[in-house]
Write a protein that binds this ligand. Structure first.
Ligand code: CTP
Ligand SMILES: C[C@](O)(CO)[C@H](O)COP(=O)(O)O
Length: 230
């Protein structure tokens, strides 16, 4: 059974506000994107990685792949306006014999091989799965500055990547979403919208998405702590 991972790295990182796009900022001396790709390539179940980057970054990323001897990288394809467009471009580059595909944010460099393997295993068994963690804060729905509702925290999970799917489920969901103008902030929501069940796999709080400057400080501390424990 062939397994591929689409790594989306074509965002602009506007919330980070740095001169360099956040996926290329250093995490303990190597670019965040490199850290992410090294972990995915080390997963025994992952056969190939499709990397989605901005058109302007292809040359730079090709140099990174060589400089860091990154392996399992198949196609490097252009991203789109939204994350969903970038994933759709990645799907178009999958091999025809791929049965399970995972989608992962380049901006989540702290994912571990055992988390990746757990979500891939669940997708093989149940068709679709996402990593996530139970939320720790109380979540309220707010409209025009007014609290409208306090949600039942025990039902709420913060969703991470990777998310993994039977290839045909993900491809169908993305194609229908594109045709019907449906947008979601993750791939699982498209697959849910298409009518398929999605299994939640509990991951670790450390698998944060580097989004704003404080995330980078936390990610660096977690990375160094992990390295110290090896
Ligand atoms: N058009 C886009 C937008 C996002 N991404 C990728 O999707 C992941 C999650 O997106 P996010 O953290 O929101 O990244 P950005 O869009 O870059 O950040 P921002 O919203 O702050 O601009 C990142 O790895 C990002 O590079 C992408 O490939 N293509
Ligand atoms: C896919 C994701 O990382 C799951 O938490 C998240 O939805 C991406 O959202 P963003 O708007 O691209 O930050």
């Amino acid at each position: 059974m062939q397994t591929e991972v689409i790594v989306v790295a074509a965002g602009s990182g506007s919330r980070m506000g740095s001169a360099m796009k956040k996926q290329y900022l250093p995490l303990d001396g190597a670019p965040i994107l490199v850290r992410t790709l090294q972990t995915l390539a080390a997963c025994p179940t992952v056969d190939r990685i499709v990397l989605v980057v901005a058109g302007d970054d292809v040359q730079f990323v090709t140099e990174l792949i060589e400089a860091y001897h990154l392996h399992k990288i198949g196609d490097v394809v252009y991203g789109g306006m939204e994350r969903q467009d970038s994933v759709r471009n990645g799907i178009a580059a999958l091999r025809h014999d791929t049965e399970v595909v995972a989608v992962h944010d380049a901006a989540r460099p702290l994912v571990t091989a055992d988390e990746v393997e757990a979500v891939l295993t669940a997708a093989k068994l149940f068709g679709a799965a996402t990593l996530g963690v139970p939320v720790k804060d109380t979540i309220k729905r707010v409209d025009q500055g007014q609290v409208r509702e306090t949600l039942q925290r025990s039902d709420l999970w913060a969703v991470h990547t990777p998310q993994a799917f039977k290839c045909e489920w993900l491809a169908e969901a993305h194609m229908r979403a594109w045709e019907q103008g449906y947008f979601g902030t993750d791939d699982a929501s498209l697959v849910e919208w298409a009518g398929y069940p999605v299994t939640m796999v509990e991951g670790r709080y450390s698998n944060l998405k580097v989004t704003t400057p404080e995330d980078l400080v936390i990610a660096e501390a977690l990375w160094k702590q992990r390295k110290g424990m090896e």
